[in-house]
Design a protein around this ligand. Structure first.
Ligand SMILES: NC(=O)c1ccc[n+]([C@@H]2O[C@H](COP(=O)([O-])OP(=O)(O)OC[C@H]3O[C@@H](n4cnc5c(N)ncnc54)[C@H](OP(=O)(O)O)[C@@H]3O)[C@@H](O)[C@H]2O)c1
Length: 256
């Protein structure tokens, strides 16, 4: 089992004054990262489809003394370019800047043979897992490029990197995300924005409980095991990683 690194390896306020959008902030990796970013001084925009869950994350940040977050409810399965454009403009208008995005929202459907899947399910998976991160980045790019080397983090999946039977449209959507990552990293190679893709391996989250329902959760890495990496990748500074595909928890950068 991989232990979480203590958050204390990061300076308490190294994200002070920065504004970070976190998708999927109502649960799983997104919620854990949003709490950590706020704990280190960032103003966090909490995006997800369930307002109640976002409010819980909001309340935890405020109770811990973090900067007041913002809530942006949006269903990535139905949103289009107009909604993403409006979101980016609202962030700029209300918060004045955008320094980073963590794309932690993901759609998952039960594992099944390809014969059992359908175009509606594939479309939903592709929209949430690949098209939405690309569209959000596109809409936010004018504001990200005004920051000092803004950081965008995508979260891939081992079955998108090396697909196998029964992972179906989910694996295809994550493979698409990885292809998008390579294109975007190339196109941003001379821009003041960087993008990295993390493939963490198993983590004890709600999604993992759906993909592996019979597994002993006590043997899984803690939900916060990825948090040090997500903090390190969000740090400002020209020496920060860019265009990197980071696989596994053990090889990840840790402290800024
Ligand atoms: N957990 C693992 O073992 C593991 C391993 C490798 C990679 N990953 C990747 O890590 C990332 C985070 O995964 P996780 O385990 O934290 O997943 P999770 O627990 O299922 O959380 C995913 C989040 O995405 C949100 N979401 C789902 N569909 C949405 C939609 N249509 N619009 C807006 N938000 C939506 C969910 O909101 P609701 O609560 O409303 O559903 C939830 O907050 C994903 O990209 C996942 O593929 C996870």
């Amino acid at each position: 089992m991989t232990e979480s690194l203590p958050a204390s390896v990061f300076p308490a306020d190294f994200l002070a004054g920065r504004v970070i959008l976190v998708t999927g902030a109502g649960g799983g990796v997104g919620r854990a990262a949003a709490l950590a970013y706020a704990r280190h001084g960032a103003t966090v925009i909490l995006l997800g489809r369930a307002v109640g869950k976002l409010e819980q994350t909001y309340d935890e940040i405020v109770a811990a003394g973090g900067p007041q977050p913002a809530i942006f409810p949006l269903d990535l399965a139905s949103a289009g370019d107009a909604e993403y454009q409006a979101m980016a403009e609202a962030i700029s208008y209300q918060l004045g800047r955008l320094d980073g995005i963590l794309h932690a929202a993901a759609a998952f459907e039960a594992l099944s043979p390809l014969d059992m899947e359908n175009v509606e399910g594939w479309t939903r998976l592709f929209k949430v897992n690949a098209a939405a991160p690309a569209a959000i980045n596109r809409a936010c790019a004018p504001f990200l490029s005004a920051s000092d080397l803004a950081s965008v983090i995508l979260i891939g999946e081992s079955h998108g990197h090396a697909p196998v039977a029964y992972w179906g449209g989910f694996a295809v959507s994550k493979a698409a995300l990885e292809a998008y990552f390579r294109i975007q990293a190339d196109e941003w190679s001379d821009k003041p924005m960087r993008v990295n893709l993390v493939i963490p391996g198993p983590l004890n989250t709600p999604q993992r409980a759906r993909s592996h329902p019979g597994e002993d959760k006590a043997r899984l890495p803690d939900i916060n095991a990825l948090t040090p990496t997500l903090l390190a990748l969000m740090r400002p500074g020209a020496e920060a990683p860019r265009g990197r595909l980071i696989e596994g928890l053990d090889t990840l950068p840790t402290a800024p």
